[in-house]
Design a protein around this ligand. Structure first.
Ligand code: SF4
Length: 322
C-alpha cells in the first residue's frame, strides 16, 4: 500500500502558459468581454475557471463579439490571424510565449536567408500551424518514419516546435547532416521542457510507481510517460485525479511519484497525490492524505526553479494546517 507521494520539481504550468492564462484573467477582471482564440490550455478545470471569470474560448475570429478582446494563447498564431483580428476591430492581447516569438523570428530569418527549412513538430499542432505562417514552405516532419520525405538540398535548416524531445531533435540533426552541403541547426527545444524531463526522471528513479498528469494527446506529457518507462518505473498517464479509481494499478508500490505536462496546473498534481493516497494508501496515509500531498507540493516548490502557478509558501503551510 502507498505510504508516501513525491511531486516532481519544476512542474505545473510552464511560464508561457501561465502568462497567457494570467493575461486572459486580467482582461476579464478589467471588465472587458474576453475571448481566447482556442482553449488557452487543454485542461478542463482551468478552462472552466476562466469561463466562470468571463473568459469565453472561440474557435475562430468570426465568433468574437464585436469590440471584444481576444487573447492569443502561448502557442502563437500566424501573422494573417493577427491582421484579421485587427481588421475586425478586435483588441488583441498577445499571450504568445516569448520562446515561441523567438522561434517565429528565427524562422522568418531562415526564410529570408533562402534555406530549405525542416520543422520538427506535430502537424496541425497550434504552435506548428502558427510557425508555418512565418515559413509556409517549411517541411514539417514528426516521427522517424516521416524523415524519408526530407529532400537532399544544398542549403538546409532545421528548427523545432518547442516541446519536441531533445533526443529526437538531435537524431534528426544527425540524419540531416547527410542530406545537405550546408546545414543550419536552430535549437528551439524549450529549456522548460528539458528541465521538466530531467526532474521527472529524477523522481522516477526515487519511487516505485509514477503517475503522469496531462492531456491525452499532449506531446510533452507523452514524452514524460515514455521517460518513466525508460527509467523502468511502472507508470500511469491520466488527465484528472478522478481517473484514479482502481487501487490495484499501484501493485506493491509504497512510494508514488507525480509529474505533469506544461498545461497541467501544479494544484492538479497535489489533487492527484491526495487521490493516490485516498485510493491506495495505508490507513494512516488515507487519514493524512491531504497533509502528505501538501507537504509533497511544498517540497516541489523550489523558488529557484519556479515556472509554475504555485501558491505562496505561506499558502501551503496555511492549507496544511487546515
Ligand atoms: S513549453 Fe516552453 S515554449 Fe512552450 S509555452 Fe511553455 S515556456 Fe513557452
Amino acid at each position: 500500500m502507498v505510504q508516501d507521494v513525491r511531486i516532481a520539481k519544476r512542474t505545473g504550468f510552464c511560464y508561457g502558459v501561465r502568462e497567457a492564462v494570467d493575461r486572459a484573467k486580467e482582461a476579464a477582471d478589467a471588465g472587458r468581454m474576453t475571448h481566447t482564440l482556442g482553449q488557452v490550455v487543454h485542461n478542463e478545470g482551468v478552462v472552466a475557471g476562466l469561463h466562470a471569470r468571463g473568459v469565453v474560448p472561440i474557435n475562430g475570429l468570426d465568433e468574437a463579439e464585436p469590440g471584444s478582446t481576444v487573447v492569443i494563447r502561448a502557442h502563437g498564431v500566424t501573422p494573417g490571424v493577427r491582421e484579421a483580428a485587427g481588421a475586425r476591430g478586435l483588441e488583441v492581447i498577445d499571450g504568445t510565449c516569448s520562446w515561441v516569438i523567438a522561434e517565429q523570428k528565427e524562422l522568418q530569418k531562415l526564410v529570408e536567408d533562402g534555406y530549405t527549412i525542416v520543422l520538427l513538430g506535430t502537424p496541425n499542432h497550434p504552435e506548428v500551424v502558427g510557425l508555418l505562417g512565418f515559413a509556409p514552405d517549411a517541411i514539417v516532419v514528426d516521427e522517424e518514419e516521416d524523415w524519408d520525405r526530407i529532400p537532399r538540398r544544398k542549403r538546409m535548416a532545421l528548427i523545432t516546435q518547442s516541446t519536441q524531445p531533445p533526443w529526437k531533435f538531435e537524431r534528426l540533426a544527425a540524419r540531416m547532416v547527410q542530406l545537405a552541403h550546408e546545414l543550419k541547426i536552430v535549437n528551439t527545444v524549450c529549456p522548460v521542457t528539458i528541465r521538466r524531463q530531467e526532474d521527472t526522471v529524477d523522481t522516477a528513479r526515487e519511487v516505485d510507481f509514477m503517475v503522469v498528469v496531462g492531456g491525452r494527446s499532449s506531446a510533452n506529457t507523452k514524452e514524460l510517460t515514455r521517460l518513466c518507462e525508460i527509467v523502468g518505473t511502472p507508470v500511469l498517464q491520466i488527465e484528472h485525479a478522478r481517473d484514479l479509481v482502481d487501487p490495484a494499478v499501484f501493485g506493491s508500490a509504497t512510494v508514488v511519484g507525480v509529474t505533469g505536462g506544461t498545461s497541467t496546473p501544479i494544484e492538479d498534481l497535489q489533487l492527484v497525490a491526495e487521490r493516490i493516497l485516498e485510493t491506495a494508501g495505508t490507513p494512516d496515509a488515507r487519514r493524512r492524505a491531504r497533509v502528505i500531498a501538501l507537504e509533497a507540493l511544498g517540497a516541489a516548490a523550489t523558488p529557484a526553479g519556479r515556472t509554475t502557478s504555485l501558491p505562496r509558501a505561506g499558502g501551503i503551510a496555511a492549507a496544511a494546517a487546515r
